[in-house]
Design a protein around this ligand. Structure first.
Ligand SMILES: [Zn+2]
Length: 306
């Protein structure tokens, strides 16, 4: 028998500067989770990854749920829904964000675009509108450029971008994220935790040594602070320009059993342990809007087939 695991991933529940949500994110999320509970067998992520690796069978239509980045509303909104529906979930956390030592550049850039005092800005040889849908697209283009920089390059480039955008006020991005106490509460309430790197760097843009060091440190600090084994990493951004062969080697060297990308697809017995696939969702969009009719169609067919 062939076992398959579909992993669904989210970030925030309600709107943030980077991830705007239309309507009620928590209602959207609850709808998605109820639907998955009806159609699939929701299983603990690491248990299922271990089983796949060992060639052991999973229940039919096995699905696992996870959240990246450690947004505060994961604890305040997603956890209560998971508890109500009695579903397991895994949260991929970033020590630098939990401690407040690092900031989420994607949120700061999103805030700077949304609050810009200028109609258009020039940044590093390109023109970026700031208003309306064009502004939103421009934010996406700027983020794509920032994403593929080293951490050191990005810090300077972000400062320059924010300076050009001349936003009003302060982003207060820290309030969007959990602190260590919030992370401990998740663990106390029975939820699983994994690593999402030390500072949310784009791993493949860093040297192999720096990648290993980052992954090792984030694992050690999460284990020490939360007193749970950390065996799985979700690579930040998770697409091809963020996860290289070196990244996957670094994950093994740093002691992880499993590594997850954001490559769209399912996981089977032959999926490499350091290159798991996930389907990332927004809480306010149905499965169809995120290209998921394929997935729900498949789940339905499997259910019909028993
Ligand atoms: Zn992330």
């Amino acid at each position: 028998m062939t076992s398959r695991l579909t992993i669904f991933g989210w970030h925030n529940v309600e709107s943030t500067w980077c991830f705007p949500v239309s309507g009620s994110g928590v209602a959207g999320l609850e709808g998605q989770l109820r639907r998955l509970r009806r159609m699939a067998n929701v299983v603990p992520l690491e248990w299922a990854l271990d089983a796949l690796r060992a060639g052991e069978p999973l229940p039919p239509r096995a699905v696992a749920l996870c959240w990246d980045d450690g947004y505060r509303d994961n604890l305040e909104l997603a956890v209560p829904v998971l508890e109500k529906l009695e579903l397991p979930g895994t949260f991929f956390l970033v020590p630098g964000l939990l401690s407040g030592d690092d900031r989420a550049w994607w949120e700061i850039a999103g805030w700077a675009f949304a609050r810009s005092g200028r109609e258009t800005v020039e940044w590093r040889g390109e023109t970026y509108p700031t208003r309306g849908a064009a502004g939103r697209a421009a934010y996406g283009r700027a983020s794509d450029r920032l994403r593929v920089m080293t951490a050191a390059e990005r810090a300077a480039a972000l400062e320059e971008l924010v300076d050009r955008l001349a936003p009003e006020g302060a982003p207060e991005d820290g309030r969007l994220f959990l602190d260590w106490e919030g992370a401990r509460e998740m663990v106390r309430r029975g939820f699983s935790v994994g690593s999402h790197t030390m500072r949310h760097v784009t791993l493949a843009q860093e040297t192999p040594e720096d990648q290993t060091e980052d992954l090792r440190r984030s694992r050690e600090i999460l284990q020490r602070e939360l007193d749970v084994p950390i065996r799985t990493v979700a690579y930040p951004f998770g697409q091809a320009d963020a996860v290289s062969r070196d990244t996957e080697d670094a994950a093994v060297k740093a002691g992880y059993a499993h590594g997850l990308t954001t490559e769209f697809g399912w996981n089977g017995g032959t999926t490499p342990g350091t290159h798991g696939r996930r389907i990332m969702l927004d809480p306010d969009r149905g499965f169809v809007a995120t290209g998921l009719s394929r997935v729900t169609g498949r789940l339905r067919r499997l259910r019909t087939a028993g």
